[in-house]
Design a protein around this ligand. Structure first.
Ligand code: SAM
Length: 302
């Protein structure tokens, strides 16, 4: 049992000081805002990490993370405090909007030779970017031969490895439209009940680790950014910074999709026009002014 100053982490309690130290580390490393009602979760996950590392002092454990000497444990710590809940076709209205409004125009632009970039930011185990890829392939089976790419990023390397693997249970793919579940998966040989995403969908996606709370390495703009159920874990100023940075990284008339429990603050509301439920189009004054920023791939109809 991991003990500290009379508290046992295993029974879900943690001292005020230790909670504050862990919350501050998590905020600094990920932007995630751990509110006091998360104390039991914080204690339980910390207990697990301390057991795994064989450390007995919370102070020593935190010190290693703080001074950058924790090595591999830094990744495990981030994994411990991220929430990866997702599923195929989550918030279906977004996929309906993409399939009927945004993607046909983008696919047509790509067919005419344009560069098209879509970003699934906070992609978790991959259901969101693969779902996007399936809709693109529905519209254009030859999409992998075009200059059309989905960047799928997450801070959590463990979940990103699962996303890259692209293998899901039969039950896990049931929320997809039937034709997509049939068309874009094949059974994994020797593993009953495991389904693997097909190569065409994989070819459309680049998986990368990226911390939304850190620097971004992009020069070109994105036509669509999907960042759903990620900012909900950040505090309001961190969310506001994120929405502004998204606006600055969208191309002309680029679209931002956010989760149903997320919203733009007043400062960012002027950067976007609402064009659907949780769908926002960047206004001309705020989009990316980079090389790629003059195209109008989405036209005026969205
Ligand atoms: C609840 S999942 C959302 C998955 C998917 N977008 C959806 O809506 O179903 C949130 C994801 O955001 C990731 N995340 C949290 N903080 C992040 C950060 N600072 N940078 C990048 N990804 C982050 C987590 O690792 C997690 O996989």
């Amino acid at each position: 049992m991991t003990q500290t100053k009379g508290h046992t982490l295993d029974d879900g309690t943690i001292s005020d000081g230790d909670f504050a130290r862990i919350a501050s580390l998590v905020r600094e490393m990920t932007g995630i805002d751990l509110q006091p009602h998360k104390r039991a979760m914080v204690a339980a996950r910390l207990a697990k990490r301390m057991r795994a590392t064989g450390m007995t002092s919370i102070s020593d454990y935190c010190k290693r993370l703080e001074d950058g000497t924790a090595g591999e444990e830094t990744k495990q710590f981030v994994t411990a405090y991220t929430t990866n809940m997702t599923r195929f076709n989550r918030e279906e209205h977004h996929f309906d909007h993409l399939a009927s409004e945004a993607l046909p125009k983008l696919v047509n632009a790509a067919k005419r030779g344009a560069r098209v970039r879509i970003w699934s930011a906070g992609c978790s185990s991959g259901e969101e970017p693969y779902g996007l890829a399936f809709h693109i392939l529905d519209l254009c089976p030859e999409a992998p031969t075009l200059d059309l790419k989905i960047l799928a990023s997450d801070i959590d390397l463990e979940i990103l490895a699962r996303a890259k693997r692209g293998i899901y249970s039969s039950a896990g793919i049931k929320t997809l439209p039937d034709h997509q579940a049939k068309k874009y998966f094949q059974p994994v040989s020797g593993e009953s009940d495991q389904m693997s995403v097909n190569q065409a969908a994989r070819d459309l996606i680049a998986f990368r680790q990226l911390n939304l709370h850190g620097p971004w390495p992009f020069t070109g703009a994105f036509d669509v950014i999907i960042c759903r159920n990620v900012a909900i874990y950040f505090d309001v100023p961190t969310q506001s910074t994120l929405w502004r940075r998204f606006a600055e990284n969208l191309s002309t008339q680029g679209l931002l999709y956010i989760g149903h429990s997320e919203g733009l603050d007043a400062d960012n509301a002027r950067r976007f026009n609402t064009v659907g439920r949780g769908v926002f189009q960047v206004t001309p004054a705020h989009q990316k002014t980079a090389k790629n920023g003059t195209s109008t791939k989405l036209g005026n109809a969205v």
